[in-house]
Design a protein around this ligand. Sequence first.
Ligand code: NAP
Ligand code: F7E
Length: 346
Amino acid sequence: MGKVTPDAGARTALISGVTGQDGSYLAELLLGKGYTVHGLVRRSSSFNTERIDHIYQDPHQPGGRSLVLHHADLSDGVALVNLLRELEPDEVYNLGAQSHVRVSFDAPLYTGEVTGLGTLRLLEAIRASGIDTRLYQASSSEMFGAAPPPQNERTPFHPRSPYGCAKVYAYWSTVNYREAYGMFAVNGILFNHESPRRGETFVTRKISRAVARIRAGLQDRLFLGNLNAVRDWGYAPEYVEAMWRMLQRDEPDDYVLATGVPASVRDFLRAAFEAGGLDWHEHVGFDANYERPSEVDALIGDAAKARDLLGWEPAVRWRELAELMVRADIEALDAELSGARVRIDR
Ligand code: NAP
Ligand code: F7E
């Protein structure tokens, strides 16, 4: 971690949340486009860089470094200003957040601090550092909450969780800095997107991981909450491509990204268990702890604007997603059980 002199001529990007699902795919995408990528990593008592280890080069090895990691936190505004002044990135992607909806009910103030105010700190740090950069804000379909589907850029927000409320605050802060200071700042309003790198406590990955473990005899039961919720699940690598496209436009604007195809948690569960050759009825139990005090019943996105203006259309739908996630978890577990080194560059 630390100082770097970027290659002359190479474009530079700063990613908060680079250790997360989206951050890792976005870093890969930008490195592939020749960017120097700076990632903001928060201090942890154990390693938290597993998703990006395969693209990180040891600075003590010969050869250039294209991915550079810096310790910083969205709760530390001064550190953000200093980092921006030092790096002067062409593009900033704000993906850092306490991103778990259920957890946000247990830690509402912390979620507001990081997910809401953290965005304002970054906006203000850009303004205070005086640099000329473009900002992508990771907004969420959770902002729509109780608003009936299909939801698009014109749908009024009605958030149903502290996480959703924090994202609404961050959304409007981004719009405000665009209007007040002429900043090139955009909101990507992304519906759920998943992958083999999805955090293990989000429902899709919880299910795909359980299928692999049940098959291997390591687990017999899987406890879930509300199976009736409907989501619009897409494939994360396709979504990070559109984040980048939003920052390449002539004018800043806000875009919904979604597949437009609904499925219930029960649908995903059935498809994932079938992909593993299992019957979910034999293994799944109910645990009220996984329910939310207020649920978002149905999110189904209309991404026509992104299709028309960004030329973006996702190819992977929820059933294929369930199958590829189950396959990846089975392969990873097989490798782990046979003692092979498990790579996370899927
Ligand atoms: P994720 O896997 O949970 O990653 C979140 C990232 O934020 C991690 O790198 C995490 O670091 C970092 N982070 C947490 N607290 C931080 C803090 N105080 N300071 C700096 N960094 C912090 O989330 P994701 O699925 O990749 O999503 C990326 C962004 O898109 C998030 O803002 C999320 O809210 C938003 N979003 C996601 C979806 C989706 O379906 N995936 C949909 C809409 C919007 P650690 O690795 O150390 O925990
Ligand atoms: O829940 C239900 C749960 O936690 C999906 C985040 O990336 O997408 C994500 O938020 C549904 C909900 O994702 C369990 O009640 C049932 O209805 O996987 P999830 P989420 O809440 O939709 C949005 C767009 C974001 O922005 C967020 O950052 O599944 N569900 N049983 C369960 N959910 C979990 N986690 N665990 C269960 O056992």
